[in-house]
Ligand binder design. Structure first.
Ligand code: GLU
Length: 451
């Protein structure tokens, strides 16, 4: 028995820090998961002996590559691209591609690590991966974006495949970019397969993929409230972000009878005390996607709303909060402000938007808190359904897919309860999600031996 493999939590984290210098986001994500896993495996010798946690926290591989492209003025530009293939114990690597100047190897490693547990929680056979580039799509022409996507895929294609690794969108990568990348993949390989998800409906995409992440985050929120005999009717919601996840979360909140007060972008947040209704959400969608506008302009369009520059919306009193922008956008003091203002539930539409201090504030205050790996799994879940439809060469109806998404979110909620219900009236969704996601991947790894 390999008793010597029992290191304590802080020794384990010291090792993670030492092996991943200059990668704070990755270390943060590993710490958040490991805090719960250490408790869970304390009396489970096999997980220790086989070093399962240590192995999950070491990506299977990190591919880094040069992406050259030519801008509209004829200048040669050079960016870095990555694909992090974290773990494929339960299915092909699966996870989005992010184009944003904040992308680093650390950010993508944290996202691929989180994705591994998130994908396991969906109940679908998908491993965890993530990719992207520090390319900034802001201000680029459509032709420049096309050339960048093509160049990115010219390297990426050799590392992916419908049964190997299936990328999708994420921040800065939507249907248009997936189209450019899919077109290039098809051209290079002469193969039409489900190698990417988030595709257009005419060429293998799935209905409700666009809506799935935001809708799913609200279904999960509604499930948490229902577990306490509550619902969303009449509840006020503060939402950050104004992209795909935020606008669809807002839409579902409105459909379920809630009132949305805020949206935001990197410039600041808008607060509309009259409520951001469906027609206003439609305006934001068109403004941000087609016109590539700023959220600030909402106030010119809808009187009564105010814009606060350079701030996040967490100080606005609300019943529920949905951080749907990006990692570490909700800090300890923001969490304290939400709790002090009477917020009862938080559902993370983004990946790791709440920092470690914020998570601890929510847990200590015993408010309902759904971590991203549970709450925002609806997006990748419908990606999994898109893979199934592509393999079966068929397309399910909107009604069927809506039901499947709801069922999957219900399933994730139930899985979280299995390990998160403390029996004292408080449900620790972070712990529930971490353990349920870990256990599925870990048990598959045990079956494979030391590989
Ligand atoms: N980028 C999304 C996520 O964070 C979706 C990934 C996918 O559909 O593969 O889960």
């Amino acid at each position: 028995m390999a008793v010597s493999d029992h290191v304590d939590f802080s020794t384990f984290m010291e090792g993670v820090k030492k092996r991943n210098p200059g990668q704070p986001e990755f270390v943060q994500a590993v710490q958040e998961v490991s805090e719960d896993i250490f408790d869970f495996i304390a009396d489970k010798e096999e997980y220790h002996a086989q070093q399962i946690l240590r192995r999950i926290a070491e990506p299977d591989r990190v591919v880094s590559f040069r992406v050259c492209w030519e801008d509209d003025n004829g200048n040669i530009r050079v960016q870095r691209g990555w694909r992090v293939q974290n773990n494929n114990a339960i299915g092909p690597y699966k996870g989005g591609i992010r184009f944003h100047p904040s992308v680093t190897e650390s950010v993508l490693k944290f996202l691929a690590f989180e994705q591994t547990f998130k994908n396991a929680l969906t109940g679908l056979p998908m491993g965890g991966g993530k990719g992207g580039s520090n390319f900034n799509p802001k201000g680029k022409s459509v032709r420049e974006i096309m050339r960048f996507c093509q160049s990115f895929m010219t390297e990426l294609y050799r590392h992916i495949g419908a049964d190997i690794d299936v990328p999708a969108g994420d921040i800065g990568v939507g249907g248009r970019e997936i189209g450019f990348m899919f077109g290039q993949y098809k051209r290079i390989t002469n193969e039409f397969t489900g190698v990417l998800t988030g595709k257009g409906l005419e060429w293998g995409g799935s209905l409700i993929r666009t809506e799935a992440t935001g809708y799913g985050a609200v279904y999960f929120l509604a499930n948490m409230l229902a577990a306490k005999g509550q619902d969303l009717v009449g509840k006020t919601a503060v939402i950050s972000g104004s992209g795909n996840v935020a606008t669809h979360a807002a839409e579902k909140i409105v459909q379920l009878g809630g009132k949305v007060l805020t949206l935001s972008d990197s410039g600041g947040f808008i607060h509309d005390p009259d409520g951001i209704t469906q027609d206003k959400i439609d305006w934001v969608k068109a403004h941000k996607t087609h016109r590539r506008g700023r959220i600030e302009e909402y106030c010119d369009e809808f009187k009564g709303a105010s814009f606060t520059a350079g701030k996040t919306p967490w100080g606005v009193p609300c019943d529920v909060a949905l951080p749907c922008a990006t990692q570490n956008e909700l800090l300890g003091d923001d969490a304290k402000a939400l709790v002090a203002n009477g917020c009862v539930a938080v559902s993370e539409g983004a990946n790791m938007p709440t920092n470690l201090e914020g998570v601890h504030v929510f847990k200590d205050a015993k408010i309902m808190f759904a971590p991203g790996k549970a709450a925002n799994a609806g997006g990748v879940a419908v990606s999994g359904l898109e893979m199934s439809q592509n393999s079966g060469r068929r397309a399910w109806s909107e009604g069927e897919l809506q039901q499947m998404l709801k069922d999957i979110m219900d399933g994730i909620h139930t899985r979280c309860l299995t390990y998160g219900d403390r029996g004292d009236g408080y449900i620790d969704y972070v712990k529930g999600a971490n353990i349920a996601g870990f256990k599925k991947v870990a048990d598959a790894m045990l079956a494979f031996g030391v590989v």
